[in-house]
Design a protein around this ligand. Structure first.
Ligand code: LMR
Length: 329
């Protein structure tokens, strides 16, 4: 079985390795599902610019935002087949490949984005970048967006207010369980179809970072946003193992240095873009932003925290423990 798997992988590496005519630049198609003016969107464009400046002629990057090339439903398979070379899906979307990344989805596990970043620098979390290499998914870096907020067609001040509503979620069973804990339903809907689903009333609520809510215009269908900061939206920048390892060593090293530089910038931009996104939503006045008192927020935390125990076995007790040590309370 092991040999069969190895043989299949070698074959898939062979067939998905880029076929390049002599003298042609290596083409990297970078596809993602959000707008250009979001932390990830800007990161992709910065990567494109730096590659053009430093490796122009040798490598060419094409960026496809807003699910214009592939969306949530098909991007990972397209990467494995070699039809796209870079993606930055939210870590919530890797459930079919590893359960360990679910650690990032656990509500209220990380106090803030700084804690998430500390965790991402730890060895335990760096391991996750390579954990799917055997499935032809090669993690290059963690990129961050911001903390997630809840939005709905009605005011959500206490956990019981969410009861009976249906929420759009990313493809994650932890997020499904998070809403089940509130007595709410959850529907897995690709990001590119979320606004339509909210506008059509297929779902009455959702969660996301300020930057995405503002850029996608969720406030056109969500008159209430509750500032829960209950989780974070993080990405794994990935390529396929076959593609990445096919790049000549010197070029790959330069690309990896660029990735590191862009990662720092994305994480800086994330703070600013989320602040701006919040201001934009408040300024537009279509949605009312509800700030929670300390006690009100504690009630949301108590309602959702049982998930930590529920998912401990799948995620791994050691991974969970490592994540819990990064808060500075
Ligand atoms: C979502 O589906 O809500 C996010 O993962 C979108 C994104 O990539 O920021």
């Amino acid at each position: 079985m092991k040999y069969l798997f190895a043989a299949c992988l070698s074959l898939s590496l062979l067939f998905s390795a880029p076929l390049r005519a002599e003298g042609q630049p290596i083409l990297i198609k970078f596809s993602h599902v959000v707008a250009n003016d979001t932390p990830k969107g800007r990161g992709a464009l910065l990567f494109q610019r730096l590659v053009a400046e430093r490796l122009g002629g040798a490598v060419k990057v094409e960026v496809y935002p807003d699910s214009t090339l592939f969306g949530d439903a098909d991007e990972m398979a397209a990467l494995q087949r070699g039809e796209v070379q870079m993606l930055a899906p939210s870590v919530s979307k890797f459930e079919a490949y590893t359960k360990q990344l679910q650690v990032f989805d656990l509500p209220f596990l990380f106090d803030d984005l700084e804690a998430v970043k500390r965790f991402q620098r730890r060895e335990k979390s760096r391991e996750l970048l390579r954990s799917m290499a055997g499935q032809n998914i090669y993690g290059l870096a963690f990129w961050n967006n911001g903390m997630k907020q809840l939005s709905a067609t009605r005011e959500l001040r206490a956990p019981a207010d969410a009861k009976g509503l249906a929420f759009r979620i990313q493809s994650s069973s932890v997020l499904e369980a998070q809403f089940a804990a509130l007595g709410a339903q959850a529907k897995r809907i690709p990001f590119g179809e979320s606004l339509k689903a909210l506008q059509a009333g297929t779902v009455q609520g959702t969660e996301n970072a300020w930057s995405n809510m503002a850029a996608a215009g969720f406030d056109s269908a969500q008159p209430f946003i509750t500032e829960t900061n209950h989780g974070s939206l993080n990405y794994m920048l990935i390529s396929s193992s076959s593609f990445w390892q096919s790049i000549p060593y010197a070029t790959r090293s330069e690309l990896e240095a660029i990735v590191e530089e862009v990662t720092t910038q994305v994480n800086k931009d994330a703070e600013q873009l989320n602040r701006q996104g919040r201001e934009q939503l408040v300024g537009a006045g279509r949605a009312r932003v509800i700030a929670l008192s300390k006690d009100e927020r504690a009630a949301w935390r108590s309602a959702m925290q049982p998930l930590w125990k529920q998912y401990e076995t799948e995620i791994g007790a050691d991974m969970l423990r490592a994540a819990q040590t990064v808060n500075r309370r």
